[in-house]
Design a binder for this molecule. Sequence first.
Ligand code: NAP
Length: 474
Amino acid sequence: MQIDQIMQQAATAYEQYKNIPPLQRAAFLETIGVEITARREALVKTAGEETNLPMARLNGEIVRTTTQLQKFADLIKEGSWVEAVIDTTPNIRRMLLPVGPVVVFGASNFPFAFSTAGGDTASALAAGATVVVKGHPAHPRTSQLMFEAIQAAIVQSGMPAYTVQHVTGDYHTGKELVVHPNTTGVGFTGSQQGGKALCAYAAERETPIPVFAEMGSVNPVVFLPQALETRSAELADMFATSITLGAGQFCTNPGLLIGLESPAFTAFQQQLGIALEKTSPQKMLHPGIHSAFLEGRSRMLASQDVTLSPAPVLDFDASAVRPSLALTSGAAILANPALKEEVFGPHALLVACKDKAELLAVLRSLKGQLTTSVMATEEDLAQWQEVIDVQVTLAGRIILNAAPTGVEVCAAMIHGGPYPATTDARFTSVGTAAIRRWVRPVCFQQFPEALLPDELKTANPRGIWRLVDNQFTR
Ligand code: NAP
């Protein structure tokens, strides 16, 4: 089908869908969850064949996907997310309303939770936007099966037929979707190259639109001295697990491990190397990601300032990879920005800095990140406050004494960060605050009660929290 026809259908469906009461929209999201669960076995089997991800991970991801849908359903049932504000004199009332049809690009590394019925789709549907999904080309059958679950929910819930549509194709199709005049926003998870290309298409349009692209990062971790002296073995195990989780194919994978040159840092390097060597080889998601990983890692290791640690680790066979750890100095990474680039896969670079000033300089030299972590004791924190100060400017999520992999779907989560981690650091792609990407504030001035949305009526029929004459009330 022609993209133009798809986007016309998305716009027509939007005219109806945006007026569907929140409780019915919530029931629709819940029904999608039920339909996904009913197809769980087939979804897991198909995704296993298409992505090489293990069954346990895929089963867990199904639960994450249905939980995500339920959380957005709960959010819109409760209703206060619309941020209703009422000033009675003069009579001006504001709330958040959906933007229109949006386009979602499925991610390769989350075939369920960030693909066809994933977080971007769930948050857009919760907001009242209609969705056109471009399925990721690496798992087309999984994407189609997931779309069938959504279609069944559309029919059962009596939603407009084209509330969600599913398209496949190459990058020309992606471009057509982004530049179509009916598209009002884009959600994307993937490479920097891909995210930047979509932004460029959006900027070329007669009416520019936001592209919410999550493009990954190296997630720098700082290991402060006392933490390393007291528990380097424990930290080595924690980070070996984190580096190899999902064959390293997470946007929160810890790629840069920074500390001070010291016997404790050397011990940590050795312990981490040993822990990594014990892990099993893993197949990557698709041949493109596999070869990009090998090339990226070779490029990094070709630098004369980088050494493999503790011993060269060779690839197991043509389709599986083993993790690796490399070592460089603070001075080298400051002189060579290429060492700060993401190598998407199970690989990390240790950075040994000569003193505190160099460590802070390394942190300050980094581009925007999704996460940054610090391993520290209370005494470390008291002596290294500057590290936290820099980290707050660097990333959307700052983590104390835990690994960055594992992103909770909750109200407070920020999975976003300064460019180039994402294209707009004000928003998150994980957690219920992700709904804010698909809405805009609208104010109604001098409107009679009968013409106001329920959320703004004086009697507050939805019983939501509102700011009325500068007082929070319900
Ligand atoms: P990708 O190449 O960025 O592709 C993701 C989606 O964007 C696909 O649907 C792709 O469609 C589309 N796309 C990419 N470039 C485009 C362009 N110029 N114009 C229009 N559409 C475009 O991501 P990937 O295939 O998942 O993996 C490639 C690399 O991305 C990885 O090696 C890794 O470095 C990175 N990655 C990052 C994350 C993250 O968490 N941020 C997740 C996965 C991958 P077509 O293929 O049809 O063009």
